[in-house]
Design a protein around this ligand. Sequence first.
Ligand SMILES: [Zn+2]
Length: 78
Amino acid sequence: MSLTIGRWRIDRYERALYVQRQPNPRCLECMGTGSYYVAYAGDPQADEAVIEPCGCWDPFSSIRIPIGRTVITERYPF
Ligand SMILES: [Zn+2]
């Protein structure tokens, strides 16, 4: 489950929230996609297409906010 507020994306995974800044939608290098091609497919200089992440965001960093134990309030009646 993920939630997006502006440029911030919040994901819940196991017992933590991960907050990550997304690419700038007004970036002139990547046009808001977050990556750009260094070499296109079919380029004789490169064997394959090379895609680099844009400098307007860091896809490998996020803020981790641990959350406490989940309290189960409903139980099966025995
Ligand atoms: Zn960018």
